[in-house]
Design a protein around this ligand. Structure first.
Ligand code: SF4
Ligand code: SF4
Ligand code: SF4
Length: 320
């Protein structure tokens, strides 16, 4: 059977080490799995694969050992997964339209976790809807709070939930539980003055530990959601490194716009000679300089007054 490798990969199928066999990668945006999906994944694995599926690091499923000639049948079978997760698609029954921009991954967020500052699934799905399908290799991950269970600093775009704690002095009994919690678990930016709490806003990381530890509800989370956007974390063989802060106290719309703007930047500057036509965004930024990237990223973005942007970013990491 003649295989068009580029077409196979674009369709979210893999070229594997086994002759004649491939593997399909199923996207589950935000990692929020409806369990009925497992019935279909099981059926495909049993009828077309080897009876197993791999849970991927990006919260999808990979079903291995499917014959290349069965791709059209499996593409038709996975349609309920594509429709059910509201994934943008060019043609029903034809499978995934791209694989370059990876599944948007997220921690469990505020549906379950008390530390979470927002609904990670909702925002992950919103981003997926805004940027997929695309062939460019982008990795986006969301985490509910600075504990960063999702390890978002290892991604091109890391989104970390922040809250601006609201103090209600009339409920405060001056027990200092919040002061201790902030000191032990966060940045130690609370202090007691005249039996009232003072917060040094500049160094507050918006984690919400004060809210969780106050016995009287004198701290509450802000209605408005804020985020820390980190950039250009990566793994790999050349220079793995953690993402660095770009903007703190940034809003959702600006984050989506910045990610979308980055596609235009990459299309302009990607190395046409790069192996397989792929180049991690971070290496492109290394080449053009951060200032040029920032100019493209912020095109048409209006940050609100609270946002704090780093004008310059230095990355380091491991140099192999
Ligand atoms: S990152 Fe924060 S919100 Fe997300 S699971 Fe971990 S502790 Fe919970
Ligand atoms: S949100 Fe976190 S860093 Fe800010 S005051 Fe509360 S505990 Fe401290
Ligand atoms: S934990 Fe609550 S009640 Fe205690 S000092 Fe802090 S704000 Fe006041």
């Amino acid at each position: 059977m003649d295989i068009n490798v580029k077409k196979v990969k674009k369709n979210a199928w893999r070229i594997t080490k086994k002759r004649g066999l491939t593997a399909i990668r199923i996207r589950i945006p935000g990692g929020y799995l409806k369990v009925e999906s497992l019935d279909l994944i099981k059926r495909i694995a049993q009828e077309y694969g080897n009876g197993t599926a791999h849970m991927t690091t990006r919260q999808g499923f990979e079903i291995p050992d499917i014959k290349f000639e069965d791709m059209p049948k499996v593409n038709a079978l996975i349609q309920p997964l594509i429709t059910g997760y509201d994934i943008n698609q060019d043609e029903a029954g034809a499978g995934y339209p791209a694989a370059g921009t990876r599944n948007i991954s997220a921690c469990i967020g505020n549906k379950v976790c008390p530390f979470a500052n927002y609904d990670t699934t909702r925002f992950a799905r919103r981003i997926e809807k805004s940027i997929f399908p695309h062939d460019l290799h982008f990795k986006v991950a969301l985490t509910g709070c600075p504990n960063d269970c999702m390890k978002v600093r290892m991604h091109d775009f890391g989104i970390m939930g922040m809250t601006e704690p609201q103090y209600h002095p009339e409920r405060c009994v001056a027990c200092e539980a919040c002061v201790k919690a902030c000191k032990k678990k966060a940045t130690g930016v609370l202090r007691m003055e005249n039996y009232k709490i003072v917060r040094e806003a500049e160094h507050c990381i918006g984690c919400g530990e004060c809210v969780l530890n106050c016995p009287t509800g004198a701290w509450t989370r802000s209605q408005k959601k804020y985020y820390r956007l980190t950039l250009m974390g990566r793994t790999g063989k050349k220079n793995p490194r953690l993402g660095e802060d770009f903007i703190r106290w940034v809003d959702e719309d600006s984050i989506i716009k910045i990610i979308k703007n980055t596609y235009a930047y990459v299309e302009k500057y990607i190395d046409p000679e790069s192996p397989g036509g792929k180049e991690h965004i971070g290496y492109i930024v290394d080449r053009t300089g951060f200032t040029e990237y920032k100019k493209w990223a912020l095109e048409g973005v209006t940050l609100d007054d609270k946002a704090i942007m780093n004008e310059v970013i230095y990355w380091s990491g491991v140099k192999y």
